[in-house]
Design a protein around this ligand. Structure first.
Ligand code: 5GP
Length: 187
């Protein structure tokens, strides 16, 4: 087991509090990978993630899956007022792979209102996958505006805006190996 690296990262001192530590993250990803490997045994599984926040989680999850699996990524632009109100986003990078007839597991770092995800799921569903389910690391259930069926859930979060393990604030802190809350003056 590798030793925690947290203290050696610049930016850790900007955190007011660590919410989820390295070992907890490792353990949860291992559990999710085992459950997914069991459930999708014998199926053509494709993980789909949205850039950029998901990159750390999906890379770790991929390695925790022990059955044959492919991975693909989409990019969206999250600018403009329509994102907040309707979840309508512009695809800046489409999938490389066709998903028709395949078992797609949509992997997200955090679901907040659910608007973005619900829009993306509609887009993918129209392409005729054999199945389409959701795996999310952090679920902010209290903020949900649209009901989304979540097949695999890592942790539930409250109201906090968190950084680390892929999640940013103004493009910083994605490299922190823990998930935490920034000190108020850093926002
Ligand atoms: P939703 O459409 O579900 O409200 O938006 C989810 C998106 O908002 C996530 O993919 C992420 O980009 C962003 N987001 C929501 N909560 C957080 C958070 O606590 N920290 C960070 N860094 N991004 C968040």
């Amino acid at each position: 087991m590798s030793e925690p690296l947290a203290t050696s990262h610049q930016g850790m001192e900007d955190l007011a509090r660590i919410i989820i530590g390295e070992e907890e993250l490792r353990q949860k990803v291992r559990e999710l990978g085992a459950a997914i490997s069991r459930d999708y045994a014998g199926k053509d599984l494709l993980l789909v993630g949205v850039l950029r926040g998901v990159i750390i989680f999906i890379a770790d999850l991929l390695r925790a899956i022990t059955i044959p699996v492919s991975v693909d990524l989409i990019g969206i632009s999250s600018y403009g007022p329509s994102v907040k109100t309707h979840g309508v986003v512009r695809l800046t990078k489409d999938l490389e792979e066709p998903i028709e007839g395949r078992h797609v597991l949509f992997v997200e770092d955090v679901i907040d209102t659910g608007l973005t995800l619900s829009y993306l799921l509609r887009t993918l569903r129209a392409r005729g996958p054999a199945s389409l389910r959701v795996c999310v690391l952090l679920d902010k259930r209290a903020h949900r505006l649209i009901d989304i069926d979540i097949a695999y859930r890592g942790f539930e979060l409250g109201d906090e805006y968190v950084v680390g393990y892929g999640l940013d604030h103004r493009q910083r802190y994605r490299n922190l190996p823990v998930i935490g809350i920034l000190k108020p003056e850093k926002y």
